[in-house]
Every structure is written in C-alpha cells, then in structure tokens.
Ligand binder design. Structure first.
Ligand SMILES: [Zn+2]
Length: 223
C-alpha cells in the first residue's frame, strides 16, 4: 500500500540523514528498533524495513543479538553492485585479504590505546557471545574495527564497499564462513596480541592466514 511505502521511504530518508550527519560513529551501535520506532513515531516493522534498506546500501549492519552497527557514513551501493556484477567472489575475497593484511600492519604500527581497547572489547564480546546462538555468523565488528585502527580512511572506505558486497554474498550463499567459531576467535586473539605488541610483521602474517580461512567461496553443487 502506498501510504505504508511512503512512510517507509521517509523513515529510510531520516535515518540515512542521521547516519550521514554522523549522529553515530562508524562501527557505533544505533538505538534499538523500539527506541527508533518511538523517536520517529512509526511501527517497529517500518524501522526493521528501513534498516534492511540501509544495510543493503552498506550503511548499516545488523548483528543478531547485539544490535545494528553503522558501517559507512555514505552509501556504497554503486560499489557493491559493481563488485558483485563485475568480479568473481574469489577475486573479491582476495582483495579483502589484501586490505586486511595492510590494515593489520598499519594497526600494529599506529594503534592508539582507545581504539585498541575497543578492539579488545569487541573480541571479548565475541567470546562472551560464543555460547552458541550465532554459529557461522559473518565476521564483522572485529574486522571493521581493525580497519578503523589502521587510521587509513581510504582503506576503510574500500573495505566498507567490499564488506557490503561480502555480506550480500553471504546472505545469498555464494560465500560462507570457512572456519568454526573457536578457530576464528583464536585467530582473532593472536592478531590482537600482535597488534597490541606493535609487531607489524606478525600482525600482517596472522591477518593473511586468518583472512584466507575465515571466508571462502562456497563450492557449487555438481550438476
Ligand atoms: Zn575474523
């Protein structure tokens, strides 16, 4: 119905304006569906629909059980469709790996204590959450923060575009987690330790190993 769609579009527009204006930082959590529904005077289903649209644009990423996080302050839709249409998934994952390695190296060189603390907290939250509700969950917060720690904005923008394409690939089953949650968390712990120690070479090596195994192209079923 047109009335409902108008309301949904207006909700998307208002939330997108808030995100673009920097109301929440990149990697920050936005208010809950209920809070946003009250604030904007719409139903929770309208908020949910708006969040889905904004996730598709690469601005937001819902993390089940944890809330919804800002991933980019501007839409990466064009980048997303370009990536997905023009490149193979294995090429996309290879570029992601290159960015992760560079980010880890830079992060180890220049990590500031505050961001480092946030990376530790994200890792701890993953460990606390491990109890089972999110097995096979896409890697998200830890990697996004790692890229933020690099302090390189261009790298972060490229990564946001790639991240949106990868989430799309995960949701369509074109790529899949290649490692169980325990392996993932032990990789993250080692990477975090190397970054905290300022060991750029070790951080780069660990990031390369980890990125190569935490996501993979899903094998296509035979004919
Ligand atoms: Zn990971």
């Amino acid at each position: 119905m047109a009335w409902g769609s108008d309301r949904a579009r207006e909700t998307v527009r208002r939330l997108q304006a808030d995100i673009t204006a920097g109301r929440w930082p990149v990697n920050g959590r936005i208010p809950t569906e209920a809070e946003l529904a009250a604030e904007l005077g719409v139903g929770r289903s309208t908020i949910r629909e708006a969040i889905r649209s904004l996730a598709h644009l690469g601005l937001l990423e819902p993390a089940p059980g944890r809330g919804t996080f800002v991933r980019s302050l501007s839409p990466v839709r064009d980048v997303l469709s370009d990536f997905a249409a023009e490149h193979t998934w294995s090429d996309i994952l290879a570029v992601r790996r290159a960015l992760e390695v560079q980010a880890a190296e830079l992060a180890a060189d220049r990590a500031d204590p505050e961001t480092l603390e946030r990376l530790r907290a994200a890792h701890q939250a993953d460990l606390d959450h491990e109890a089972g509700t999110e097995r096979g969950r896409a890697p998200g917060q830890f990697h996004a923060l790692l890229v933020e720690l690099s302090g390189n904005r261009l790298l972060a923008e490229l990564y946001a575009g790639l991240g949106a394409a990868i989430r799309d690939g995960l949701s369509r089953g074109a790529i899949e987690p290649g490692e169980d949650e325990k392996g993932r968390q032990s990789d993250h712990a080692a990477l975090l330790a190397a970054i905290a120690a300022g060991n750029a070479q070790a951080a780069a090596t660990l990031a390369a190993t980890h990125a190569a195994r935490d996501l993979r192209v899903r094998a296509q079923p035979e004919g």
